[in-house]
Design a protein. Structure first.
Length: 134
């Protein structure tokens, strides 16, 4: 019984670490407007630019500037290549991303676009031409 209570407390704690998912570009626009971070989002748009990979303590990250399908907002998509797969992206490609949104004044960042090997965070993905990269 004690272990069950601990497991339930841990589950509730982890569920509270990331807010509930926000679906679609309107939700991403609202998160940007409201300066919200730490929420799961799904957004669709086109690749505006592909930036050079950025090294980091958790591995190199593929970086893509994405123009949302509606409005003027752009997102920086950071894809951890040590965990996820590189997306063969070029300017003009249609992509959909699912990951954790972090607010910044440029439009926001979406990271955690891969599975979570530790299984403590909802997994994300990037989809291009019907292929999902996790």
């Amino acid at each position: 019984m004690r272990n069950a209570a601990r497991a339930m407390a841990l589950t509730l704690f982890l569920a509270g670490c990331v807010s509930s998912p926000v679906a679609g570009n309107h939700g991403v626009a609202a998160a940007f407007r409201d300066h919200r971070s730490g929420i799961q989002v799904t957004a669709a748009g086109t690749v505006a630019r592909v930036l050079a990979d950025q090294p980091g303590p958790s591995g190199a990250h593929q970086r893509i500037i994405m123009q949302l399908a509606q409005g003027d907002q752009t997102l920086l998509v950071e894809n951890n290549l040590a965990i996820g797969k590189r997306v063969p992206a070029s300017p003009g490609d249609a992509i959909t991303v699912h990951g954790e949104y972090v607010w910044n004044r440029e439009g926001g960042i979406v990271h955690f676009t891969h599975h979570d090997p530790a299984r403590t965070h909802e997994g994300g993905w990037i989809e291009r031409d019907g292929i999902r990269y996790e």
